[in-house]
Design a protein around this ligand. Structure first.
Ligand code: HEC
Length: 510
């Protein structure tokens, strides 16, 4: 074993010894651990260096320490509900390999190790991760934020003295064409005080005749804090912050062009978002958020969004972290990957909440339309309707995880409609439920999940009424995966129905 074990506290060695003594233990295999670690990426980053302070850095921590930490989440000595759920699927024999892989990754500077920092980050954000069902109707996080970096409210609404394309009334530094937002309190976050400033993150210098030395890349990499409620009513067709670039397909472009910084919303509301870009991809208040991007403590109220694909009130395509964020009264419509909060997400959504309605053709969900990441501690009361792959919380869940979450809205589609998730592929749903009515005019209609393909549904339930044709079940429409410790109470086509409509290719375990 590696030499740094000598440096460990004696207590840790004592705890680690029984594990090392079991005959099943083999020399830890970092390469094998790296393969399993794919399951941890969404939160801890691709190499254990999480870009978000919400998730501790694992890269370069002592392997022995990591094993003990993981065991503690499993056996309840550590109580974090997110991590407890995330580690349940890992075999005991894999812990050492996982730990070895993370231990051999290079720690990035500027990321945070350990859970203490995370608690501080959560406390600073005024939030704590609570159990499902306790999510309040609004964040209630109105931490007093500085306004000293804000423009003079008496400044002329149209005049632009520094010619950067931002009117003086929106410009915290109207004589400095490199600045439109200031970090007056020096906390590393530039204060956003007006709707114009928020839009200028994207549009600075693009107005005819305006000049700026602050490039789009620089603006996209900065951190911002929203210090007032913002009304976007004066902006007729919002330009999403961060986009898919010339490829026009966010999934192809990846997160190349997205917003890379952090936004701390301090619980403030952003009202009146209007977007009508029926051909565009990656559309929302933020269009595309990169892996390093973090959007937190923000409320988007009464947004109306029309787009081609990848559309959500808060984020069109998310590769980063969205936390403690809500979209209330959303009305989002696009062809594919449509969510009331987030359109497509390969990143993490934690404590996301949404109400309103979502419509389109494919991959439609109350919180996220098309998901390849993690959603946890989230809920939706959203009416979802479309052609295929519609879920009260998530439309398509591919390789993803839905944990500790619920949905209450009605769902209707032709194929693959579920109260919580439309279709699971190689995915997991755990400790979650749905109560909305679900109707499907084609195949695979389920109170919780429409089509569960090569996926696991565990410790979950549904109560909504199910109306369907082929393969309709009170819990799962078609099951080609594993359903365990789950139940359902809703009627199917008006009568007591089967838990699983068509389960010929799957298993149900008590
Ligand atoms: C859904 C998000 C999520 C996923 C997926 C996830 N984790 Fe975590 N992890 C967390 C959070 C949040 C914490 C901090 C919990 C706390 O405060 O105790 C954490 C903490 C940890 C810690 C403790 C670190 C320390 O410094 O004490 C370890 C070790 C860890 N995770 C390992 C893993 C491994 C291995 C995987 C993949 C099998 C994984 N995690 C997947 C969210 C996640």
């Amino acid at each position: 074993m590696t030499s740094h074990r000598i440096a460990l506290h004696p207590l840790r060695i004592a705890i680690a010894l029984p594990l090392l003594a079991t005959p099943a233990v083999h020399a830890a295999d970092a390469a094998r651990g790296g393969q399993i670690a794919v399951e941890c990426q969404a939160c801890h980053g691709p190499d254990g260096n999480s870009p978000s302070p919400l998730f501790p850095r694992l890269a370069g921590q002592h392997a022995e320490y990591l094993v003990i930490a993981m065991q503690s989440y499993r056996d309840g000595r550590r109580t974090d509900p997110i991590m407890r759920a995330a580690i349940q699927n890992v075999q005991e024999g894999d812990l050492a390999d996982l730990a070895e892989w993370f231990a051999t990754q290079k720690p990035a500077t500027g990321t945070q190790a350990g859970t203490a920092d995370r608690s501080a980050a959560l406390a600073a954000a005024g939030q704590s991760v609570g159990p499902v069902g306790t999510a309040p109707a609004s964040t209630g996080v109105l931490a007093s934020a500085p306004t000293s970096g804000c423009p003079d409210p008496k400044a002329s609404p149209t005049r632009d003295r520094d010619g950067d394309g931002v009117a003086d009334a929106d410009d915290a530094a109207p004589r400095d064409r490199d600045e439109f937002a200031k970090d007056a309190d020096g906390d590393g976050f530039h204060e956003i005080c007006t709707a114009g400033q928020l839009q200028a993150i994207r549009t600075l210098g693009t107005a005819p005749g305006s000049r700026t030395a602050l490039t789009l890349d620089q603006r996209m990499a900065r951190n911002y804090e929203i210090v007032a409620d913002l009304d976007l009513a004066g902006i007729s067709n919002w330009q999403p912050i961060g986009d898919c670039g010339p490829e026009q397909s966010c999934m192809k472009a990846g997160d190349k062009y997205g917003f890379a910084g952090q936004v701390e919303g301090h619980g403030h509301a952003v009202r009146g978002l209007r977007i009508d870009r029926p051909e565009a991809g990656g559309v929302g208040l933020f269009g595309v958020v990169k892996k390093t991007g973090v959007i937190t403590n923000i409320r988007v109220i009464d947004a109306r969004v029309r787009a081609g694909n990848g559309a959500g009130a808060l984020v069109g395509a998310n590769f980063g972290t969205v936390s403690n964020a809500e979209a209330i009264g959303s009305d989002v419509y696009a062809k594919a990957a449509v969510g009331a909060l987030v359109g497509g997400s390969a990143g993490t959504v934690i404590r996301g909440r949404a109400t309103g309605k979502v419509g389109g053709e494919a991959a439609l969900g109350g919180v996220i339309g098309d998901m390849r990441g993690v959603v946890t501690d989230s809920w939706a009361d959203v009416a979802v309707s479309g052609t295929k792959g519609a879920g009260g919380l998530v439309g398509l869940n591919t390789f993803g995880r839905v944990l500790n979450s619920y949905a209450t809205g009605p769902v209707s589609a032709v194929d693959n409609a579920g109260g919580l998730v439309g279709m699971n592929t190689d995915a997991v749903v755990e400790n979650s439920y749905a109560t909305g009515a679900v109707s499907g005019t084609g195949t695979n209609t389920g109170g919780l999940v429409g089509f569960n393909s090569l996926s696991k549904v565990r410790g979950s339930y549904a109560t909504g009424a199910v109306t369907g044709k082929a393969a309709a079940g009170s819990l799962v429409g078609r099951n080609a995966g594993e359903v365990s410790q789950s139940s359902a109470a809703g009627p199917v086509n008006g009568a007591a129905g089967l838990l699983v409509g068509d389960g010929s290719a799957g298993a149900v375990v008590p």
